[in-house]
Write a new protein. Sequence first.
Length: 293
Amino acid sequence: MSKQKTQVVLLGTGTPNADPKRSGPAVAVIVGENAYIVDFGPGVVRQAARAYEMGMEALAPANLKFAFCTHLHSDHTLGYADLIFTPWVLGRTEPLKVWGPKGLKNMTDHLHAAYGRDIEERMDGKEPANPEGWQVEVTEIEVGIVYEDQDLIVEAFPVSHGSFVSFGYKFTTSDRTIVISGDTEPTDEMIRQAKSCDLLVHEAYYAAGWETRSPEWKAYHASVHTSTLELGQIAEEAKPKQLILYHQLFMMDHQSDPTKVQEQIQEVEQEMIKEVKSMFAGNAISGQDMGIY
């Protein structure tokens, strides 16, 4: 592997809650001149354009060529059509390459069918569109190495998120090892994959807030997501150099008082980090959209 500085950009840290401060889940790993995006929640291309304006040239929309999907939940894939078509309109001249679970090819085919009239007009009308940039090369993956070149190895590993086939991803470059959880309940495999990694980007829900939920929601969250206390235990065993919470479930009503919701979120974020640090002695922060690490 060649020497280079690997960077991680949190393009979106959000959940299904329509928080205007947090776009849908999407994490970009920048290796050399290329960006590798994990998940494509709502707003992914505009967030990439924001990062490009901040100096991240690999995230110019026309450069978005590689993506990895953890699972097929809508909040992680609603930006898929955006990732397919917008970079093409803006000049991408090669197919988008995407890796993910079984079902991703079917989703891709349906999106191409849904936007078939758009493709026809751009290709056959007066717009000078190229014939490659709207196409997608889908690889439906199994556990193990799913991508490798001279600068990067990407491994998929199993996580547990209800009945979905779901993956986390480990990125290994010349200077860093980065693990991205996707959605998952606590697993021993996560500890094994994240052992001594440089950066662990992991979902979490507010443990104290979970106590206020209905029995149905308690059962759901406890079986498919990871609480801050559980994440602290995972991190204490895995000992990543840096832990970043993303896809944070704040366990609050985002529509109750719009004048105070962001203030309340900040308060909950602080409590979530306290909960993590009650179990984990290392470095832990709550991720924000456009955070660069």
